[in-house]
Ligand binder design. Structure first.
Ligand code: S3P
Length: 188
């Protein structure tokens, strides 16, 4: 597990939200749910919360209102969450971190974990994702690979990077829980 940026010190470490970022299909929701259980915290999936708030699935928001409207909803929901919520485990949609306002809010108020999947492993998951991810539907595989590479550069702004290719969600969540709890103990 690689450690990157220093943590901002305004919020006590044990109260900080744990925020999971990474490309579609990296396992953010599955791992986030397992991690939340292990930490005894509430889990929030940003896409699911946006769907509840706006009364329609993300695919429908893209279809009827367009991607810019969805990005605005993401920004409003996540910047508010970073201001008002503590002690949550939150999984972000794969595109959220491309918005500077979201990135800054997450990095300054939470502990950001990048779930880092290789392109080859992602290809194995591609078929399972295509129907429910509007962002994939109008793109060639070469364009998706380009997006994968350019997003990875932005995901590199994080507190911890975890390679998720070779481990099960349970193993990853357990390793994260141990690391997070050790940080709480260190803080006293
Ligand atoms: C998106 C990823 C999706 C969802 C939306 C857009 C993206 O979330 O937010 O379809 O731009 O990568 P997941 O990463 O949970 O699939």
């Amino acid at each position: 597990m690689q450690s990157n940026l220093p943590l901002s010190s305004k919020i006590p470490v044990r109260e900080k939200n744990i925020i999971l970022i990474g490309f579609m299909g990296a396992g953010k929701t599955t791992i986030g749910q397992l991690l939340a259980e292990k930490l005894g915290r509430e889990f929030l999936d940003a896409d699911h919360e946006i769907e509840e708030l706006h009364g329609m699935p993300v695919t429908e928001i893209f279809k009827t209102m367009g991607e810019p409207a969805f990005r605005q909803m993401e920004k409003e929901y996540l910047t508010k969450l970073c201001r008002s919520e503590r002690e949550k485990v939150v999984s972000l949609g794969g595109g959220s971190f491309m918005q500077e306002a979201i990135r800054e809010a997450c990095l300054s108020s939470g502990i950001v974990y990048h779930l880092d999947l290789s392109w080859d492993s992602w290809l194995d998951r591609f078929e399972a994702l295509i129907d429910t991810r509007p962002i994939l539907q109008s793109k060639s595989l070469a364009e998706v690979e380009e997006m994968f590479a350019s997003r990875k550069l932005v995901y590199a702004d994080n507190h911890h990077t975890i390679a998720v290719d070779a481990q099960t969600p349970e193993q990853i969540a357990e390793a994260m829980a141990q690391q997070i709890k050790a940080g709480w103990t260190r803080e006293g």
